[in-house]
Ligand binder design. Structure first.
Ligand code: HEM
Length: 488
């Protein structure tokens, strides 16, 4: 049991490091600066669905790198000092858990897996998932990524032939769901070629549900189901049936080939082996939750990162030309990157991807809840305090990045020591510390394959009628991205 707050204030609290010169504006949460609250709602009414991140960033501009707001009765501390953020991420899972509000909302839609697990359960699941997503494992699956990229190319060639604008956000979501499902479960669902696939739509709707519930001052859905909640229940039931089918197929494969129990071929098989070990503490729910977590964590994230990058490249001819030259040299007349090893010869493209994540992070905020009382640069927080960490105030800080609003991939080229001064350490596109994203290597491979295919085969133009806005649910992506493709 953690010490109570009163008891803890009498003790020396563990103190986390902040940037040189940073000093908390108050010693107690209640005294922090922040927007005025109203009874019952706090500030929940000001956080518009789809744009909550923009509101939190606007308040950071007004109140500085440490402020508070209230979601209903719950006070939340918002931070944007990068050193403090790095320390919080590093001290998980011992001193901080994931933000309880989001974690509870995710668990409530039946998706309890690595993303929301804590303590010993998290440690066990993390080992399994990490093993399935190592660079070597991803290299082994290159033919699958190649096949799915070829399907996307065929779709975009057809669009180029007809001249129709393509809603690439939808295509990229199907692409990443196809790759993730095939890699982590060994099944080719091919949502790309099945228009309006229910799996992709259900995953999308559950993201919306999470984003909506996260903002509510009161968890009404625990007491009454509105139509949107009933729709979410139906989506969860369908998703569970799909996952159960995938599990049944994996069990059948493993029964037919006992060698898979020794060397599982994918993450689902590895989870089933762990589940079946004598004395295993893994449950069927753990297996199911982690299969669904892969879909959730691997789909919107990667798809939105690719969408923002394509948008920036379509919109910025200079960097697009430089990245395109490099791609042409690597493709050498092929329409897709033919070999895994060649992906390492795309430093400009990699730099463009990092630069895109600086300007348009798919995770502009990350949450944490303190497990113990702790001192954050002079602010004393009690156990149970929820924090939100914002990355963009630093990412767009002119003191750190010259001409911060411009898309300049070259700022990430050259000697990247990844030492303490590496600015990459300040923007956390994949999180940080022991819970950093285990899918980041896979994501970069998908991003490079798709963008090399797009720039190598087509000229891209944003449809002039497009109105592209940032839309935040569980991740932040473009509200719409209609692109026209012209064959090169
Ligand atoms: C560009 C694509 C991606 C981005 C930007 C991204 C970003 C992130 C971020 C910011 C976190 C939170 C990390 C933290 O709290 O420190 C995270 C966690 C996670 N990501 Fe990703 N992600 C991407 C793709 C993927 C993919 C492809 C997968 C798997 C197929 C994946 C699986 C996960 C999982 C399982 C976690 C939870 C890890 C844990 O709690 O231990 N992600 N990701």
């Amino acid at each position: 049991m953690p010490p109570s707050t009163d008891h803890a204030t009498a003790l020396e609290l563990p103190r986390l490091r902040a940037s040189d010169g940073f000093r908390a504006p108050a010693t107690e949460v209640a005294d922090l600066p922040g927007p005025r609250t109203v009874p019952l709602l706090g500030n929940a009414h000001q956080l518009r669905a789809g744009a909550a991140h923009a509101c939190l960033e606007q308040w950071a501009a007004e109140y500085g790198p440490m402020y508070r707001f209230s979601a209903g009765a719950m006070p939340i501390v918002v931070l944007s000092d990068p050193v403090l953020i790095g320390e919080i991420l590093r001290h998980r899972p011992a001193m901080f858990t994931r933000g309880v509000r989001l974690a509870t909302a995710i668990d409530e839609v039946g998706l309890a897996g690595l993303f929301t697990a804590e303590g010993e359960r998290w440690r066990r699941q993390r080992k399994l998932v990490m093993r399935a997503l190592t660079p070597d494992a991803v290299r082994h699956f290159f033919p699958i990524i190649h096949t799915v990229t070829a399907r996307l190319l065929a779709r975009w060639r057809e669009a180029a032939r007809t001249g129709a604008a393509v809603e690439v956000g939808r295509d990229l979501k199907c692409y990443s769901i196809d790759v993730t499902t095939w890699l982590s479960m060994g099944v080719d669902v091919d949502t790309l070629n099945h228009a309006d696939d229910p799996l992709q739509q259900d995953v999308e709707f559950l993201f919306e549900t999470l984003g909506r519930r996260f903002l509510k001052p009161f968890p009404y859905w625990r007491y009454v189901r509105l139509p949107a909640d009933r729709r979410a229940d139906a989506a969860v039931a369908r998703l569970n049936r799909t996952v159960d089918d995938l599990i049944a197929q994996a069990r059948a494969r493993m029964a037919a080939d006992p060698a898979l129990a020794v060397r599982p071929g994918n993450i689902l098989e590895a989870l089933l082996v762990a589940r079946d070990e004598p004395g295993s503490e893994f449950t069927d729910e753990d297996v199911r939750g982690n299969v669904a977590t892969m879909l959730f964590a691997g789909e919107d994230t990667t798809a939105n990162a690719m969408a923002w990058l394509l948008m920036l490249l379509a919109d910025t001819p200079g960097p697009a030309a430089r990245v395109g030259e490099e791609i042409d040299a690597v493709l050498a007349g092929e329409s897709l990157v033919p070999e895994f090893g060649l992906l390492a010869r795309l430093p400009w493209l990699e730099a463009a991807a990092v630069e895109s994540m600086r300007l348009r992070p798919i995770a502009p905020q990350n949450g944490a809840t303190a497990r113990v009382p702790v001192d954050l640069g002079g602010l004393r927080i009690p156990a149970g305090q929820t924090l939100i960490m914002l990355s963009r105030p630093t990412a767009l800080d002119g003191a750190r990045f010259e001409d911060p609003l411009s898309f300049r991939p070259e700022r990430w080229l050259g000697d990247q020591s990844e030492g303490a001064d590496d600015p990459r350490r300040a923007i956390f596109p994949f999180g940080g510390g022991p819970r950093y994203c285990p899918g980041r290597y896979l994501a970069m491979v998908e991003i490079k394959m798709v963008v090399a295919m797009a720039l190598g085969n087509f000229r891209l133009a944003i449809d002039p009628a497009a109105r592209i806005e940032e839309h935040f649910t569980f991740t932040m992506g473009p509200s719409s991205l209609p692109l026209r493709f012209t064959a090169r």
